[in-house]
Design a binder for this molecule. Structure first.
Ligand code: COA
Length: 161
């Protein structure tokens, strides 16, 4: 089995993430969307909620599953019997940080490979924080997050008010 790990915070999953996951699912036998637990960011959704939102958004992709992880990404990848980490690149500004992470992961475990997938142009300006800000301010998040999770996002923000 050719397995790829697509890691991140996914708070929440956006159309940009879904674009990468969908394209990846055509290249690998299985894609594991790995949701970071205990992030230093204070998330809007719990890890379990973020996993459910990914599952809802990827229900039509049979070879994609989502799960939470703690600790080092390279150790998690090894525990899943894969050496492949996929990261999305939106703009040149992502590159420096992603390059540093890829090199550090390589230093931590030489057999791990980080592969970069360029985000589609139409999604290059999306981030989870921007999407949350728009939703909090009452703007439309259509085409920014998958249709399946729009209600969950709006309800969560209303509950927080
Ligand atoms: N489309 C839309 N948005 C995207 C995107 C895409 N294709 N790719 C990334 N983003 C956005 C995210 O929404 C997020 O936005 P936000 O800051 O507004 O929330 C931002 O880019 C950063 O992504 P995030 O998911 O937070 O990932 P990260 O690049 O900070 O890395 C891990 C997350 C899980 C990969 C990293 O923290 C990790 O590996 N942790 C494990 C501990 C470890 O091994 N540390 C050593 C690493 S060298």
């Amino acid at each position: 089995m050719n397995i790829a790990i697509y890691p991140g915070s996914f708070d929440p999953i956006t159309c940009g993430h879904l674009d990468i996951i969908t394209r990846c699912s055509k290249l690998y036998d299985e894609v594991i969307v790995a949701v970071l637990n205990n992030s230093s960011k204070s998330p809007l959704f719990t890890t379990e909620e973020r996993i459910k939102l990914i599952e809802k958004s990827t229900a039509n992709l049979n070879n994609v599953r989502a799960e939470g992880f703690d600790g080092l990404l390279v150790e998690y990848a090894k525990s899943k019997n894969t050496h492949t980490i996929i990261k999305g690149l939106r703009a040149i500004s992502d590159f420096e940080y992603e390059f540093q992470m890829a090199l550090l992961n390589k230093k931590l475990s030489s057999e791990i490979e980080t592969l970069f997938m360029v985000t589609s142009e139409s999604h290059s300006y999306i981030s989870s924080s921007i999407v949350k800000e728009i939703a909090i301010l009452g703007g439309s998040v259509r085409d920014l997050v998958p249709d399946e999770i729009i209600c969950d996002l709006i309800q969560k923000i209303e509950k927080r008010r």
